[in-house]
Design a protein around this ligand. Structure first.
Ligand code: ADP
Ligand code: MG
Length: 327
C-alpha cells in the first residue's frame, strides 16, 4: 500500500501548497469556524493545521489515514449530490506516504483527544491518547523526506510559501464566515477574523488582496432574474503587485472558467479599451439547479445550464458598472 499511496500522492501532493489545500478543505468539510495554520520553511519542514471542527472519533482515526476511506460518501446517491470539498478519501493517505504525519483529534463529546502517526511507512497506525481541544490538528513534517526525486522539484522557501498563501487567499474569500490565522517561521502572516457584515467582508478583501485594490476598485452589487453578482472590480488606475488577482466564485466555490473570463475581459475591453489583465473579486450566486460545480472538483470547472444567459448577465452588469466610472 505504501507504493500505491506514493503513486496517488503524485497526483494529490505536488508541494506544500497542495497539502495545505487538502487539509484546509478537510477542516472546512468538518464545519470549522476557526483554522490556524502554522508553517515553517515554506511548509516543507512543517505544516500544521488546527481546526475547531467536528473532530474524528478514536475508532475512526486509523481509517482516516487509509486509502479510499472517506466518511463523506456512503453510496452512489451521495456521489450525485456531494457538497463536501473532498470525497475521494485519498488525501491523508497520500500525504502520510510522503511525509511524517500526525493526526490528533477530539470530538465534542469525547473525554479526551487521540492521536495517530505515520512516518511514511506502511501504516498500522497505533491510536494513542493526546491533549487537544475539540477539533482536529494535522501536522505534516519533512515533506518528501522519503521521495528525493519529488523533493528536487520544490522551489525556494519564499516561492513555496507564496503558493501556500495563494491557497489560503482563495479559501478565505470563499468562506467569510471562517477565521483564518497563518503563521510563518513564528511570525503572524495573516489574521482574518470572522467577517459577518459588509464592512468586515471589505476588510477581509483588503487584507487578502492588499488595501490598494479596495481603494481602486468598483463595488458591484446587482440582482436580476434570479442571478446575483457582487464583489469588486479593479479600476484601470489599479496596478497589481500580485501576479494574478482574479477571483471568481459561483455559489461560494472558486472557479476558473473560460466563459466567465471572456465575459469579464470583454466588458473591460469594450468600456475601457484596455485589454490589460483585469483584477477582480466577484461572487455569482445562482440557483444551484442551473449550475454544476462538481464537474471537476480539483480543476475549478463549472457548467452552466444556460451559459449564454450567464455570459450576458456578467458582461451586461460589468459593462454598465464600468461605464459609469469611465475616465
Ligand atoms: P476525503 O476528504 O476525500 O474524505 P481525506 O483523505 O482528505 O479524504 O480524509 C479522510 C477522512 O478523514 C475524511 O473523510 C474525514 O472523515 C476525516 N478527516 C480528515 N480531516 C478531518 C478534519 N480536519 N476534521 C474531521 N475529520 C477529518
Ligand atoms: Mg479531503
Amino acid at each position: 500500500p505504501r507504493l500505491a499511496n506514493q503513486i496517488a500522492a503524485g497526483e494529490v501532493v505536488e508541494r506544500p501548497a497542495s497539502v495545505a489545500k487538502e487539509l484546509l478543505e478537510n477542516s472546512l468539510d468538518a464545519g470549522a469556524r476557526r483554522i490556524d495554520i502554522e508553517v515553517e520553511q515554506g511548509g516543507v519542514k512543517l505544516l500544521r493545521i488546527r481546526d475547531d471542527g467536528c473532530g474524528i472519533a478514536a475508532d475512526d482515526l486509523p481509517l482516516a489515514l487509509a486509502r479510499h476511506a472517506t466518511s463523506k460518501i456512503r453510496d452512489l446517491e451521495d456521489l450525485e449530490r456531494v457538497t463536501s470539498l473532498g470525497f475521494r478519501g485519498e488525501a491523508l493517505a497520500s500525504i502520510g506516504s510522503v511525509a511524517r504525519l500526525t493526526l490528533t483529534s477530539r470530538t465534542a463529546g469525547a473525554g479526551q483527544a487521540w492521536q495517530v502517526e505515520t512516518e511514511g511507512r506502511d501504516m498500522e497506525a497505533r491510536v494513542q491518547p493526546a491533549a487537544h481541544p475539540a477539533g482536529t490538528s494535522v501536522e505534516v513534517r519533512d515533506l518528501f523526506f522519503n521521495t528525493p526525486a519529488r523533493r528536487k522539484f520544490l522551489r525556494a522557501e519564499k516561492t513555496e510559501f507564496e503558493h501556500l498563501q495563494e491557497v489560503i487567499r482563495r479559501l478565505a474569500l470563499a468562506r467569510f464566515d471562517v477565521a483564518f490565522h497563518l503563521r510563518h517561521n513564528g511570525r503572524s502572516a495573516l489574521a482574518l477574523h470572522e467577517a459577518g457584515d459588509e464592512t468586515a467582508r471589505a476588510r477581509r478583501v483588503a487584507a487578502v488582496c492588499g488595501p490598494a485594490f479596495l481603494e481602486q476598485a468598483l463595488p458591484i452589487e446587482v440582482e436580476r432574474g434570479g442571478l446575483r453578482l457582487w464583489g469588486w472590480v479593479g479600476l484601470p488606475t489599479f496596478s497589481r503587485s500580485q501576479a494574478d488577482l482574479q477571483y471568481f466564485y459561483v455559489n461560494g466555490r472558486m472557479v476558473r472558467d473560460k466563459l466567465v473570463a471572456h465575459a469579464v475581459r470583454q466588458a473591460y475591453r469594450d468600456v475601457l479599451f484596455n485589454g490589460r489583465h483585469p483584477a477582480f473579486v466577484l461572487f455569482l450566486e445562482v440557483d444551484p439547479a442551473v449550475v454544476d460545480v462538481n464537474v471537476h472538483p480539483t480543476k475549478h470547472e463549472v457548467r452552466f445550464r444556460d451559459s449564454r444567459m450567464i455570459h450576458d448577465f456578467l458582461y451586461g452588469t460589468l459593462h454598465h458598472a464600468l461605464g459609469e466610472v469611465r475616465p
